[in-house]
Design a protein around this ligand. Structure first.
Ligand code: HSE
Length: 372
């Protein structure tokens, strides 16, 4: 297999390292902006060179972001090349275009490393859905947020200190807003829900709230009351269709999610026959993520692409009711739904997820967490 590797950052470099000694995977090109010299590899900024080289059968996209990643991937597929990507933003955003293109061009495509870093979640979910009605997917999908929340909870660290540590360990995205504002998790639950339910969720219908505004005093209040705060993603079938959202969530001690340490992820599906199953592992970092890219390349060598049918775009409806902890605002709506006080915050009675997320858009300095 002759591979063109797009991007030589955290993941791209990891893929290069993990394939160095393999005779079946040859990195022929690296496309990147960095000035690197790699023995036996053509390092180039000219993507057309890859499209023109018929000996390149596979493109590994590890650039991240929407453009030019999607333009390169689309051109590769149109040129008849197989694609492996770790790019959740691209896969979630162009899902309804990507799958028919892959099928029409009869190429192989895989994106296991896009959700869960080193966990084989999407590969497993692709298997699950072959013979199972998936009722729900979700859990802890962002290593950076889990690292920050875990260190705030166990070591009493301030938010800024914990974030800097996560960045220095290579867990965080180049722009940490992508992690702490929940955008990374948002793309991951959209992609996971799409695979699980055979649809393409309208991104704008999936509300997201991150952990940027959490303070040590919030965490202390949660600990006192027996809760652990985690950034939890949810995608589920409902009577109305589908519901999907991302929000900080207070987990009880008896829930697995409450005990997930460091940068680990815990991703769970519930199937009509199989019941609940969870996958746990390193959700971020160079080698865990690169490992799943290499696993995908091994699957391509065996002729196994990933394809989940998609019946079309649907909007999520989040009218399920939950209680929420809110700190940092006091207006008529919040007062009208407040049931009790918790430290410097309040706890609402049951409120629709869509309703509180719409309210939060006008209160960007608030911290909010759902209570399970
Ligand atoms: N920044 C991501 C995380 C990397 O922290 O989980 C994996 O997508």
């Amino acid at each position: 297999m002759n591979v063109a590797l797009l991007g030589f950052g955290v993941v791209g470099r990891g893929v290069y390292d993990l394939t160095l000694d393999r005779s079946d995977i040859n990195i022929k090109y690296v496309v990147c902006l960095e000035d690197v010299t790699l023995p036996g590899v053509t390092v180039t900024r000219d993507y057309q060179q890859i499209l023109n080289d018929e000996t390149v059968d596979t493109v590994v996209e590890a650039m991240g972001g929407l453009h030019p990643a999607w333009d390169f991937v689309k051109a590769a597929i149109e040129a008849g090349k197989n694609v492996v990507t770790s790019n959740k933003a691209m896969a979630a955003t162009f899902y309804d275009e990507l799958l028919p293109l892959v099928q029409g061009k009869k190429v192989l495509f895989r994106c296991t490393a896009a959700v869960g870093g080193g966990i084989g979640w999407l590969s497993e979910l692709g298997r699950v859905r072959r013979c199972e009605t998936v009722l729900s997917v979700g859990g802890i999908m962002n290593g950076t947020c889990n690292y920050i929340l875990d260190n705030m909870t166990r070591q009493g660290l301030d938010y800024d200190v914990a974030l800097k540590q996560a960045q220095s360990l290579g867990y965080a995205e180049a722009n940490p807003s992508t992690d702490v504002d929940g955008i990374d998790t948002w793309h991951k639950i959209i992609l996971s829900s799409n695979v699980a339910f055979g649809v393409s969720l309208d991104k704008q219908s999936v509300p997201v709230c991150g952990i940027r505004n959490i303070q040590a005093a919030d965490v202390a209040e949660f600990t006192k009351r027996g809760y652990t705060c985690k950034l939890i993603s949810t995608g589920k079938r409902t009577e109305n269709g589908f519901s999907a959202y991302v929000q900080p969530t207070l987990c009880k001690a008896e829930e697995l999610e409450a005990h997930i340490p460091m940068n680990f992820n815990l991703i769970t599906f519930e199937g009509a026959s199989a019941g609940r199953q969870s996958l746990y592992g390193q959700g971020a970092g160079r080698y865990p993520t690169a490992y799943n890219v290499v696993q995908d390349l091994c699957d391509l060598l065996a002729g196994n692409g990933f394809y989940a049918p998609c019946t079309g775009t649907v909007a999520a409806k989040n009218d399920g009711l939950l209680r929420f902890y809110v700190r940092g605002a006091s207006d008529a709506w919040l007062q009208s739904v407040t049931a009790e006080s918790w430290g410097s915050g309040v706890v609402t009675g049951p409120v629709a997820v869509d309703e509180i997320h719409a309210w939060l858009k006008n209160h960007p300095d608030c911290f909010m967490a759902a209570i399970r």
